[in-house]
Structure formats: C-alpha cells, structure tokens
Write a protein that binds this ligand. Sequence first.
Ligand SMILES: [Fe+2]
Ligand SMILES: [Fe+2]
Length: 272
Amino acid sequence: MTNLVVRQIPFDFEGAEFIWNPSNPAFAVMMNAITFQSIGFEKYICKTMNAAEKLARDSAITEEIRAFNAQEMVHSQAHRKHAKALIEAYPGLKDLLDFCIADYDRLYEERDLRYHLSYCANIEATFTPLFGSIIEHRDVLFAGGDPRISSLFLWHFVEEMEHRASAHLIYDNIVRNPFTRLFKMRSVFGHTRKLAAKVYEAFHEHVPESRPYGLGDGVKAIPKPALKKMRNGIIGSQMPWHRPGSAQVPAYYGEWFARYESGEDMRTAYAA
Ligand SMILES: [Fe+2]
Ligand SMILES: [Fe+2]
C-alpha cells in the first residue's frame, strides 16, 4: 500500500521577479529552468503512468501509479503558475513553454513504454541526491529570495523524495530488467541536457538579466566536497542495484512534513 499524500498548496506567484533571489541569481535562473522543464516532464510522466496502469501486475502497483501520478500533476499545476508569472514579465518565454511540452510529447510518440519507464526511473532516482544537496545548502541557495518561490521548490523537492521509490517500483513491476534502464541512460540524460541547454538559450534570448548565468552555474555556491558527494550520488543512483527507497534524505525532509502536519502555511515555509 502506498503512503503518498497529495497536498494541494494554493501558491500564488503574481508579480514574481525572474531573478527572484538577488543573493544568488545563478540559482534563481536554474530553478526557473526547472519550472519550464518540469511542466513538460510531469506531463510526460502522467502519460507514461496512464499507459503503465494497464500493464500493472498487482493492485499495489496500480495504487502506486495513481498516487505518483497525482503528486506529479499537482507539481505541474504549481509550476504552471510560476511559469505564467515569468511569461507575463517576458512574453517571449511562452514559446519556450510550448517547446518544452512539445518536446516531451514528441519523445512520447517516438519511443516505447519501456523507454518511458526507464526515463522516469532514471531521472527520478537522481532527485534525492540532487535535491537533497540543494536542501542541505538552502542557506546559500534560497536565503534572500522570494519566499513564495523558495517554498515552491522546497515543497516540490521534499515530495520528490517522498515518492523517490515510486518510479523504480513501477519500472521493476513492468519492465522487470534493471539493465534496460542502464542501457537507455545515455539517451535519457542526453535528452534532458539538450532540453536544459535550449531553456537557457531561450532565457538568454528573452531575459537580459539571465545572460551572465549558464547551465551548471546554479549550484556553484555549494561547497566543492558536497558537490562531489552530490555527483557521486547521482552516478550511484543509476546503477542497476540502486534502491532509491533507501537513499538518504536530509533532516529538513522530516521538518517540512512536521510543519505541514501542524497546519503551518507552507506557501511561505522558507522565509529566511
Ligand atoms: Fe514532481
Ligand atoms: Fe517525481
């Protein structure tokens, strides 16, 4: 039985700045890129999961698919609101959003379900080491930023950790061969990297303030040993024997859920 919870948090990003964290503009740009990519990726996940549901081998997996899907849909809705605020300020970014969605739609048409399940399992497995490291270093990444945007990403990142085992469980139940995703790794990461480069290119074209910041600059404020640990974690997450459910999560993970449970307004959870 899955224990995933769908949390509707009524975020509002009206008037949000593109450089929403003047203390760390490179990170602000990276998170904006995640907003644009996430909307396409999460739609792709939902299509993949709808197709996977028909092949699920037991009811526990069907339940996992539905809960995973539901969380991702809610993430996507929140990121659409964020993207809307950015597009209002820079209308040229509307085409970028359309491009991200169309790019994932095209990928969905071109490949088969085994590929899509590999894609979801591979990418989702990187999130615990990547977002865990971001959360651990939130003082140098989020501090000084618009609390609404910081809180959007912290919520999304803790929920990514909450469902960190889902894509793998579903993959294992249907594909049943851990090497399939290993063989597709190059193609999967090639796709996300290429799309990220495209997102930055569009930012640079339409948003002059984004021009000094390139792909990969966003996490530069994280100390080097921690970055190395993060990169090793990401590589380890791709190994056929990796079990994302046992991946370590930061202490903030428990804190966020405890604060949510206590009824705190998580739209501004990060106000430092
Ligand atoms: Fe998500
Ligand atoms: Fe996810």
